[in-house]
Each structure stands twice: as structure tokens, then as C-alpha cells.
Design a protein around this ligand. Structure first.
Ligand code: ATP
Ligand code: MG
Length: 809
């Protein structure tokens, strides 16, 4: 808008608005006509319903910039809601860039939760709370429910509190206060659900606390019961914008409808195929109902995808086709075909992490014959956050910088560093830095003054802080609770230290030694420890009060920290002792770069919504893991369809290169489990997928796949074990290579053919590297059901076993 004629559209507007509108709007030039329509239609409701990567978020961001540039609203008069904190941050940055400054003044741009906390703090008294209310985490919520359940005389073993928590969350997501729970739900939780819900809400009020679901529920109630308050915000928020609208639940939907009811300037964007929060009560119907709710809405459909190559788009479409009841959209793109989606199967999860690490490195250095890819442009998207550690460990080991989106890196997490300080101090009581870190964590009443007393005592005697503390305790230098707690700590440290090894025993008295001159007398050494280092780690964390500290923590992070401590203990498993583990961590942390240089991202699929990366790795495509067993068990076909949408979200994050992988074996809670490839893999359209050679027994390694000749991990391990060097094993390899695997049809690299039919017969005795010997009791294509002699019945893929007679050792 630069001429006076055009500015007449702003007749009656203030001078400043006219001047603002006269500024150039380069952001409009970057949009296609449909997007422009969505941006420039500023009065009344607008719905942008379109597939992944079609520029919905781009248009939404441009719309905010346009509202501000044209003076339609001031920064704090715009309410913009999105789903993750990262998405909110990015949106704010983008608006800032479009405006050529910052968008810090767009104060009401955030997630539903962050915006509702602000609103609720302002009006808490209207729902019987004080403005400094606490937000309970899941652990607290469960503890509270347990008390109420027991008070009702219900057996909480048969009727677990978590079940009630889910039921209550469900009601809250539907904006149902206890008095509104429908009669149809009266039977919930053994008929006691509604009564316990009421009791729970009453108790929360007494505690001046809310849970996550309350944040929205309370605000909706306030809006419904206090029209004056609602009106105030209806006037204030001149424009409402919502990204990822397909994931709104009923409470969020009501909240938005109430706020938009008078001016109806609401613009929602979304994609029904990307609805992935059904498990939290999201109703994809909300987006489909928009036109009914807001008659006269402008509906904008976008079909051109600007993000991904055709192969990636078609692979994603192929998978999502498996869902019923879709609106069904055809996406197209102008970009050239690019590389096919790559698919690779691995022996186990570690192999998968190792392979991805090597791929990332070679892409970063540009040795794969493709252009150099920055680490910032690569992402690893997992279904479950526990999958992340394998990658973190691997990347730390090889010194590959990475970031975890949605949380700090594993070994940098506060609780992990605290726990490791305890371990360090148990192993070396001279580690003063570790002592300083944990002396008052958890709180022991040892403030600055007490710590100074310890320091002075230690310095005077020229000993470590632990010794100084012991002296301070013995001499009664620290009084009261601090003194007795410090005594407990130093006693604990000695006790835990003594468990690092078994009792001292004499050695060197064997017969040979008798012939020795015996001048040195007998030698002594420690016997083996009586408990494992994993048990010891747990004891340290429990007895020091560290675990309890997080159990009592009231912040939303508490439960996650406890999970991480469990994961830490699990990580110890791979080491001989605590010391070995600490050395490993200090070495790998040394490699890690703290600078702000490029980093590969690791995050969950849920956290990746709305984001995009040139190269995406999608590991762990195994039935049970992805699609998640829990989701299928809890929600049947609906759950499976949601998992499929998650697969669609994952694939469509990729711009140029998308790599899907799975492992045949995975360690779950210390037990090896055989895994079946995800059913989604067979839904990928073959024409758009290239199957890569796994770096395993039967493939030609990386060399065959044209990826540089490095010898793979499984081969290396095999060499180390010196088993596979035997002539027998070589014979087996030759036979195996011709046996269950049909040769590739079109891809030069294909060695795994997922549809290959096994040539094994029922009852045949076979061998599996992890599960040992067993007999085949079922055959389904290349999937065999085997009753293993030691590890029970499992399903495995044929290429990971061999005939028992062929085993060379
Ligand atoms: P998702 O459904 O995954 O959230 P989306 O529809 O929100 O995707 P955007 O993230 O807004 O899509 O856009 C995808 C990519 O396409 C971005 O890199 C964006 O800059 C680019 N893009 C969008 N529209 C255009 C356009 N008109 N011209 C060029 N590039 C565009
Ligand atoms: Mg988007």
C-alpha cells in the first residue's frame, strides 16, 4: 500500500494507522494468492484447512505482521495460540523478523497453558483460589487422589489412582466441572468417579492448587459465570489466531469460542491429518465444524507444498491413506523428485544409533556424495523420549554436538549432575567440588555459615572437605539440625564407600608363594562387592534423601526428574562399576562442545509438530514402539489411526532426506526383546522408498550402499568376539545370504526384502544370537514364531536366525 488511493481504504483510521499502512509489506509478496487471501481477509472468521508444509504457519505469522502493520491492532491486542513453547518462540521470532524488529510486545502469543496461567492468576478469586496458586505435577495429583480413594474405602490396587486421574483429565478436557458430569459417566471408576472428582476439586481448592487440566477449565468457568470479565477480554483481544487447530480439545474450543463470540475475528489453521493429541482429548471434529460455528467463514485451502520433495510427500500420503474418514487432500510441489525415502533395518537399537551417528557425520562433512548438510538441518524424531538416550550416548561418545528439544541433554540435567556428584564423592572422598555441590542438596540446614565452618576446619587440618566435615561433626562445631544432618551425610558417605567392594582378603599365600622368600608377607586385596553398582547407586540416591527431594517436589518437572534418575541407574548397566561409568561420562562430556555451533536436534514426534528440517531420521519403527502398544491397547483402531497420523507428521517434517529405520532387537528394562518392523513400513509406497543395506552379516556393509566403506559395528563386535572369523561361520554367511532372502527387484542396494518368504520349515531347530536355540512354531512370510529353549516364545525376522546345524561354535 503506497498510493493515496489505496489508503482510502483506511478512511477514518488514525494518522498513525495510515502511516503504518503506508509502509511497504514485503511479507505479502512472499505469499501465494490463497495465503494472501487468508492474510488480507481481516474481518470475520477465517479457516485455513490444509496439508503439511503448505504454508499455514507462514500465513498465520504474516497475518499477525499485517494486523500490526496496518494498525488493525496493537501488539497486546492480538491473542495467538499454538501448541508447543518452541512453536510459540519461533512464531514470535518470525513476526519480529517480518516487522524488522522484535515482537516482544505480542504478550499474548503462547501456548494455551501459558496464556491460561496468566489469566487465572488475574482472576483466581473468582474460582475460590488465591493468585499465588500452585500447579501440581502428576505425582502430586496421584498422591492426592490416592488419599481420597483410600478415605472412600476403595481398594486402590484394583482401582488404580492413575485410572481415576485419566478419567478426571478426560472430564476436564471436555470442560466438565463435577456438577456437569453427564449421567452416562456415572458408572466411571466403580460408580465413585463423579463423587471423587468433586472431592478432589474441593481438596485442591483447600490447598490453593490446580492441576494442568484446571488451568483451562477454571478460565472457561470464569468466562461462563462472569460475563463482565469475558466481555473485557472479548474487547481486548481484537484478533484471535490459532495454529494447529486440529489438536484443540473441547475446553480449548469453548475458550476460543467464548473469546471470539462478539467480534468473530478468529483465524484458525490446521490439518485434520495431523491431529495427534486425541489421547489428551483433542477433537478433530472442532476443525471440521468451524464453518457451522462461524457462519460465513472464509475457508482457504492450500495445496501446494513448499517443504518436501515429491518422494517424501508421496511416501507420507501413502501411509496416511490407511486412515478412514479423512477429508483427503492431494498435495503437490514444484520441486524436483530428490532422493527416495530411505529404509534400513538394524540388528539392535545400539547399531541403529551407531549407524545414524555415522550417517549424520558423513552428511555433515559432505562425504556422501551429496552437498554438505549442517547439523542444524538434521533431526532425529523418536516416538518415546526413552529412545533418546541411546542417541545421546552415541553422539557424546563420538563428539557429535546435539541438542534435545523439549529438555536439556541427558548428562547435563540438574538431577543427573547432582546424582553423579554423589557417586564421585563416594568413590573419591577428596572431590571437594562434588562435596560442595551436594552438601546442602537436598536441604540439610547447612547454609553459608555452616559450610564456611567446614571449610575452615578442613583448611586448618589440610584435609578434604569431607574430612573437615567429619571433624566439624566430632567437635560439635555445627549445632542443631544442620549438625545432625551433616553427621548422617558423612556416615552415609563412608558406608556407601565401603560397599564399593567386598571385605579385604589376603592373597599371595598359594603354594607357589610359599617357595617365595616371603619377605613382603601376604598381600591383601578387596573381594568382589556384595551388591551390584546399580543397587549401590539406588541406595546412595535413596539414603541421601536425594530421591525423596524430587518426590516431594511440587513443580511440573518433578516426575520427569525421577524418570531420569531411573534411566541413569539403567545406563550404569553397561559398565563394570561406578568408576567405569563416571570415567565414560567425563570423557564424553569433554568431547561435547558447549559453544553455540551447529547441532543435530533430537526430539519426540509430538514435539516436532510444525517444525521442518532438510534431513530427518525416524528410528524405532517397530510394532509396539511405533505404533505404540499402549495407544493401540487403550484406544484400538482410533489409537492406531492416531499413531498413523504421527507417522505422517514425522515424514512430512523432512524437506530433502527422510530415513526410516527399525531394529530387530531392543533392550527394554534390561531384557532383550525381539521386535517386528512397524506395520507402517509396509504401508510406504514402494516406488518412493529405497531399501538400504544394513551394516550386518548379509549386506555388503556401507561400501555396497555407496556410503564410504566403514566397517560396521556389528561386524566389529563380531570380530572382537572372534566367532565370526571361523570358517564355519563364513560358510553359514554364504548359505544365509542365499537362503531366506529374495534378491532385490529394482534397487541395486536392496538386500532386505521385507516381503521375502522364509524357506524355513515348521519345527526346524534354529539359532538366534541373543535368544539361543529354539524350534519354529509359526511362519508368516519372513516372520517366524520361535519357541526358544531359554527365552520363551518370540517372533523374529528370518534373516536374524540361522539353522541350528549351521552354528559353527
Ligand atoms: P505444518 O502443517 O507442518 O505445520 P505449515 O502448513 O504450517 O506446515 P509452514 O511451516 O508455514 O507450513 O511452511 C512450510 C515451508 O514452506 C516453510 O519453509 C515456509 O517458509 C515455506 N513456504 C510457505 N509458503 C510459501 C510460499 N508461498 N512461497 C515460498 N515458500 C513458502
Ligand atoms: Mg505449521
Amino acid at each position: 500500500m503506497s498510493s493515496f488511493d489505496e489508503m482510502d481504504a483506511f478512511e477514518g483510521a488514525s494518522l498513525s494507522a495510515r502511516a503504518m499502512a503506508a509502509r511497504p509489506a514485503p511479507y505479502l509478496d512472499e505469499l501465494n494468492p490463497e495465503q494472501r487471501l487468508a492474510v488480507e481477509t481481516m474481518d470475520g472468521p477465517v479457516l485455513m484447512l490444509a496439508g503439511a508444509g503448505t504454508g499455514k504457519t507462514k500465513a498465520l505469522t504474516a497475518r499477525i505482521a499485517h494486523l500490526l502493520t496496518t494498525g488493525r491492532a496493537r501488539q497486546d491486542e492480538i491473542l495467538a495460540v499454538t501448541f508447543t513453547n518452541k512453536a510459540a518462540r519461533e512464531m514470535k521470532e518470525r513476526v519480529g523478523r517480518l516487522l524488522g524488529g522484535t515482537a516482544d510486545g505480542v504478550r499474548w502469543l503462547g501456548t494455551f497453558h501459558s496464556i491460561c496461567v496468566k489469566l487465572l492468576r488475574r482472576h483466581a478469586e473468582l474460582v475460590g483460589l488465591k493468585s499465588n496458586f500452585t500447579i501440581l505435577d502428576t505425582d502430586d495429583q496421584i498422591r492426592l487422589l490416592k488419599q481420597l480413594i483410600r478415605a472412600e474405602g476403595i481398594d486402590d490396587k484394583r482401582w488404580p489412582p492413575r485410572m481415576l486421574a485419566n478419567i478426571i483429565d478426560g472430564w476436564k478436557n471436555r470442560a466438565l466441572t463435577p456438577d456437569k458430569v453427564p449421567a452416562a459417566d456415572a458408572g466411571a471408576y466403580n460408580d465413585k468417579g463423579p463423587k471423587l472428582y468433586a472431592a478432589y476439586q474441593a481438596r485442591l481448592k483447600e490447598l490453593n492448587a490446580v492441576d494442568f487440566g484446571d488451568l483451562l477449565l477454571h478460565v472457561v468457568v470464569i468466562f461462563q459465570k462472569h460475563p463482565d470479565v469475558l466481555e473485557q477480554y472479548q474487547r481486548w483481544f481484537k484478533y484471535i489466531l490459532v495454529d494447529e487447530y486440529q489438536d484443540t480439545n473441547v475446553a480449548q474450543y469453548l475458550w476460543l469460542r467464548l473469546l471470539a463470540a462478539s467480534h468473530k475475528n478468529i483465524c484458525c489453521v490446521g490439518d485434520d491429518d495431523q491431529s495427534i493429541y486425541g489421547w489428551r482429548g483433542a477433537e478433530v471434529g472442532n476443525i471440521l465444524r468451524f464453518e457451522k460455528d462461524f457462519p460465513g467463514a472464509h475457508v482457504v485451502r492450500l495445496e501446494q507444498n513448499y517443504r518436501s520433495t515429491p518422494h517424501i510427500l508421496k511416501a507420507a500420503s501413502g501411509v496416511i491413506k490407511g486412515n478412514s474418514g479423512r477429508l483427503g487432500k492431494e498435495l503437490w510441489t514444484e520441486v524436483p523428485d530428490g532422493e527416495k525415502v530411505r529404509l534400513i533395518g538394524h540388528w539392535d537399537g545400539e547399531e541403529e544409533a551407531r549407524w545414524i551417528g555415522e550417517e549424520v557425520e558423513s552428511m555433515q562433512s559432505g562425504t556422501r556424495g551429496m552437498r554438505r548438510v549442517s547439523l542444524d538441518d538434521m533431526a532425529i524424531l523418536v516416538r518415546a523420549s526413552h529412545q533418546m538416550r541411546a542417541f545421546e550416548d552415541r553422539f557424546l561418545t563420538i563428539g557429535l554436538p546435539y541438542r534435545v528439544i523439549g529438555g536439556p541433554r541427558f548428562y547435563e540435567r540438574l538431577e543427573i549432575r547432582d546424582a553423579m556428584a554423589y557417586f564421585r564423592l563416594v568413590i573419591s572422598p577428596d572431590d571437594d567440588l562434588a562435596f560442595e555441590r551436594i552438601v546442602n542438596t537436598p536441604k540439610r540446614g547447612l547454609g553459608d555459615k555452616a559450610q564456611q565452618t567446614i571449610q575452615v576446619a578442613a583448611r586448618a587440618a589440610g584435609v578434604s572437605l569431607v574430612e573437615g566435615a567429619r571433624m566439624a561433626v566430632d567437635q560439635g562445631l555445627i549445632k542443631g539440625k544442620g549438625g545432625s544432618e551433616l553427621r548422617k551425610l558423612v556416615e552415609g558417605l563412608s558406608r556407601w564407600n565401603s560397599k564399593l567392594h567386598g571385605p579385604v582378603r589376603a592373597v599371595g599365600l598359594g603354594e607357589d608363594d610359599v617357595l617365595d622368600d616371603g619377605a613382603d608377607g601376604p598381600q591383601y586385596e578387596y573381594g568382589p562387592p556384595e551388591i551390584s553398582h546399580m543397587e549401590l547407586a539406588e541406595i546412595i540416591l535413596d539414603e541421601s534423601g536425594y530421591t525423596t527431594m524430587w518426590q516431594n517436589d511440587k513443580t511440573p518437572e518433578g516426575p520427569g526428574r525421577l524418570e531420569n534418575l531411573k534411566e541413569l541407574v539403567k545406563a550404569l548397566e553397561g559398565f563394570e562399576n561406578l568408576q567405569g561409568f563416571l570415567e565414560h561420562v567425563s570423557l564424553i562430556m569433554d568431547n561435547s562442545t558447549e559453544d553455540s555451533g551447529e547441532k543435530v536436534s533430537i526430539m519426540t514426534l509430538h514435539a516436532a509438530k510444525g517444525l521442518e528440517f532438510p534431513a530427518v531420521f525416524l528410528p524405532g519403527w517397530e510394532d509396539g514402539l511405533f505404533p505404540s502398544q499402549r495407544s493401540m491397547d487403550e484406544s484400538g483402531v482410533k489409537g492406531l489411526e492416531e499413531e498413523r497420523r504421527l507417522a505422517y507428521v514425522g515424514i512430512t517434517r523432512a524437506e530433502e532426506l527422510c530415513t526410516i529405520s527399525f531394529a530387530a532387537n531392543r533392550r527394554v528394562y534390561g531384557q532383550w526383546q525381539s521386535q517386528m518392523p512397524s506395520r507402517f513400513i509396509d504401508e510406504l509406497p514402494e516406488a518412493h522408498v529405497e531399501v538400504l543395506t544394513p551394516p550386518g552379516l548379509y549386506g555388503g556393509g556401507y561400501g555396497a550402499a555407496g556410503m564410504g566403506g566403514a566397517s560396521s559395528g556389528i561386524e566389529k563386535r563380531a570380530m572382537e568376539a572372534n566367532v565370526y572369523n571361523s570358517p564355519g561361520w563364513k560358510r553359514l554367511q554364504e548359505r544365509a545370504a542365499t537362503r531366506p532372502i529374495s534378491q532385490p527387484k529394482e534397487s541395486r542396494n536392496t538386500v532386505i526384502d521385507l516381503n521375502a518368504v522364509s524357506s524355513y520349515v515348521m519345527g526346524e531347530r534354529v539359532f538366534h544370537q541373543k535368544f539361543g536355540y529354539g524350534a519354529i512354531i509359526g511362519i508368516e512370510g519372513d516372520k517366524l514364531e520361535i519357541e526358544f529353549e531359554k527365552s520363551g516364545t518370540k517372533k523374529v525376522v528370518a534373516r536374524f536366525i540361522c539353522a541350528a546345524d549351521d552354528v559353527p561354535f
